[in-house]
Design a protein around this ligand. Structure first.
Ligand code: WT7
Length: 688
């Protein structure tokens, strides 16, 4: 099926007729208001939330230009609130305590739970009291490394309730990555779980976390408590993993005792079971009133230097923005059932599994598993079972499922669906069309939401009841977002054109700083084009004003919707004694979007063979995590293409990786002959 990228898909009547924003005129009117009168626009929205104290200072104040002093962004100065209170207590006081907040769907379809708003508040208060008992107070950092279980939502809200700062690390990261983030955040408490099944794979979370705590200790970070949810014993193990031997788990070590109980290492004094400490905890705990600009959470994202950046979000602005984008981008209405497949360990899960939905009093699906287990119709089975109306996933998942054809989708009744969202990378028109036609039965709105960890919420997105969508375009800016495209000189491009995607002013959900390194925040996002927030993405504006995000223009790559920096991967590779130098580039991949193609220049006396290749891949898994494993490794004995000043020319390596001989100007290379040698020995498709 080929997609006509010029086609425009208008919102279906069933969406338009009830929509919060049901025409382009209304969108333009609201957008204009948000730009001309931000205080009036966001001030009105703020009225639906509980503020213990209203804004006393400026509603919005900022500086985006380094030549005029430090970069800063402030919203709702002087206002006091608590996001956990707004997510839970506010709804319960309005009589919605018995409403389901989450349908929890386990990795195995047999494992299901339901949690009401009142259930969550009770557990949040208990956990908040536990944390207080361990000395956690306002501003302290709490690290969270957990599977997609209700306790993860409880943990983050408990932290927010007492004014502490959560730093959630995705449960696919390695010990070293977790430790690096905990050390940067100086986290004194860790909340984790014993283990989790992901499909047929058993992920030993506590084992990995224990490794991280060991590293923390060596680096003088004293982690006082590790709170461990006992999860594995209450779920169904996959058939194929009988005898406790996890499929795909490279470690031979068995984690089960004779009775089939999962075993964990235990450090007395430090480790406590979640269930034990919750038992005696009091189930009421007042919410600490926070300044709107107090930190809410930090979340690490890749940086081009290889060192991850702790993106810091604050309470007030993030609350208004995650709630408002959720309401409008998915056109949420009371009674809707919403399902976002993202892991809470990423920003999508923060804003659109936890905060956005709960702030709107929504009912959502919280899914622990993977799209293809126990069968390739798992998502659709859940949609049918829970009667999901609004569904949000990533292009990489759509492409992976497309491969199995229409049949696993058509088996289920998906007529409840009305809005389908996409996030993480540009969605190719073929995947868009399949999503629309097969999943959506050509009777849905598709929202391709562009945003970043840094933006806190959607910044460019169609609105389901208003925007005629073009497959592959994120369409128009969200309310309050002032988009510009710049050329290389920093001049604004008006009308049709392509350039750097930047924003002229802050919206409430934008990050405020890089934790512990404000200067890095300034240089990364504001130095190249003073006066603008620079996304690091390129984009094109078409004749109708639609924005088409074309992808990263820095040394980042996007593997399955997750950003990685080439530097991060290279530094993992060169840690191996056999590697003198390494260069990582992105190569297009039919499912992942992009994958890693790495060039390694071996040290004297080393020979490239399958064993070494496996060791190098292992190194990347150990330093970063399994999702960063290179798909291609090419060894070179002649070196890497460098300029005379010694800079590796990745532009050329990207060409080699895709087998494109149009290298462009290579006259600045110190040794141009290297290029041909690399090209001759490049890895062809299917030979990875
Ligand atoms: C980068 C941000 C935001 C949640 C997930 C990723 C790319 C994200 C889109 C989209 C084109 C997209 C960009 C962006 N990206 N969504 N709809 N169309 N590109 O968060 O890890 O902070 O990555 O993902 O390159 O800069 P993240």
């Amino acid at each position: 099926m080929s997609a006509d990228s010029k086609a425009v898909y208008s919102p279906p009547n069933k969406v338009v007729s009830i929509s919060h924003c049901s025409s382009m005129e209304q969108y333009r009117r609201m957008y204009e208001k948000s730009i001309q009168d931000p205080e009036g626009f966001w001030g009105e929205i703020a009225k639906s939330f509980h503020f213990e104290q209203e804004t006393t200072g400026k509603f919005c104040d900022y500086n985006f230009d380094p030549s005029k002093g430090r970069i800063f962004i402030k919203w709702l100065e002087g206002a006091k609130t608590n996001i956990c209170y707004n997510c839970l207590d506010r709804h319960i006081e309005a009589g919605k305590g018995d409403q389901i907040a989450f349908y929890w769907e386990g990795n195995d379809p047999a494992d299901r739970r339901q949690l009401t708003y009142a259930d969550i508040l009770r557990d949040v208060c208990k956990m908040a009291n536990v944390l207080k008992g361990y000395g956690v107070a306002k501003g302290h950092r709490v690290a969270i490394y957990m599977p997609m279980i209700p306790e993860l939502v409880v943990a983050m809200l408990a932290v927010a309730r007492i004014g502490a700062v959560h730093s959630i690390v995705f449960g696919g990261y390695s010990s070293e990555s977790l430790a690096e983030r905990m050390i940067d955040a100086q986290a004194s408490i860790l909340i984790t779980s014993d283990a989790v099944w992901r499909g047929t794979k058993l992920v030993h979370l506590k084992d990995i976390a224990d490794g991280a705590l060991e590293i923390c200790k060596q680096k003088d970070l004293d982690v006082k408590k590790s709170i461990v949810v006992k999860h594995l014993c209450r779920v169904t193990a996959p058939q194929s993993a009988a005898n406790g031997v996890a499929n795909g788990n490279p470690s031979k070590k068995t984690h089960f005792d004779d009775k089939g109980q999962y075993k964990v290492g235990w450090k007395e004094g430090r480790d406590v079971w979640w269930e034990d400490v919750m038992k005696d905890a009091k189930s009421d705990c007042h919410a600490v009133w926070m300044d709107a600009e107090d930190p809410l959470f930090m979340l690490y994202t890749s940086g081009s230097t290889g060192k991850p950046k702790g993106v810091l979000h604050t309470v007030g602005g993030y609350m208004l923005y995650s709630a408002t984008t959720f309401k409008y981008s998915f056109d949420y209405h009371p009674g809707d059932i919403y399902f976002c497949t993202a892991d809470i360990g990423w920003i999508t899960g923060h804003s659109y599994v936890t905060y956005g939905p709960l702030l709107n009093g929504a009912t959502s699906v919280l899914f622990e598993g993977v799209p293809t287990y126990p069968h390739t119709g798992r998502f659709w089975e859940i949609v049918e079972m829970c009667k999901v109306n609004k569904f949000y996933t990533a292009p990489t998942a759509i492409r992976a499922l497309m491969k199995f054809g229409d049949e696993p989708v058509k088996k289920y009744n998906l007529s409840s669906l009305s809005v389908l969202g996409s996030v993480g990378e540009p969605i190719n028109p073929e995947a868009w069309m399949w999503y629309y036609r097969v999943v959506g039965n050509s009777d849905v709105s598709i929202v391709d939401t562009f945003w970043q960890t840094e933006t806190g919420g959607h910044v460019i997105t169609p609105l389901p009841g208003a925007t005629p969508a073009k497959p592959g375009s994120a369409c128009y800016p969200f309310f309050g977002v002032d988009v510009a495209l710049l050329d290389e000189e920093g001049k604004e491009i008006s009308g049709e054109g392509e350039g750097y995607l930047v924003f002229r002013r802050p919206w409430p959900g934008i990050m405020r700083t890089v934790y512990g390194n404000h200067e890095r925040f300034e240089t990364t996002y504001f130095k190249k084009f003073p006066g603008y927030y620079c996304t690091g993405d390129g984009a094109r504006r078409d004749a109708d004003g639609y924005i088409w995000v074309t992808g990263r223009i820095d040394d980042m790559l996007n593997v399955s919707g997750h950003l990685l920096s080439t530097a991060q991967v290279e530094s993992a590779l060169v840690e191996h004694e056999a590697v003198a130098e390494a260069a990582a580039v992105a190569r297009p991949h039919h499912v992942k979007g992009e994958c890693l193609y790495c060039f390694v220049y071996l040290a004297e006396g080393f020979e490239f063979n399958p064993k070494l290749a496996a060791e190098l891949k292992g190194k990347v898994r150990e330093k970063i995590g399994p999702f960063a494993t290179p798909d291609y490794l090419q060894a070179t004995s002649v070196g890497l293409p460098k300029t005379r000043s010694g800079k590796i020319m990745r532009r050329i390596l990207r060409k080699v990786a895709v087998g494109d001989k149009e290298f462009g100007d290579i006259s600045t290379l110190a040794d141009p002959s290297i290029v041909d040698v690399l090209f001759q020995s490049r890895i062809l498709d299917g030979k990875a």
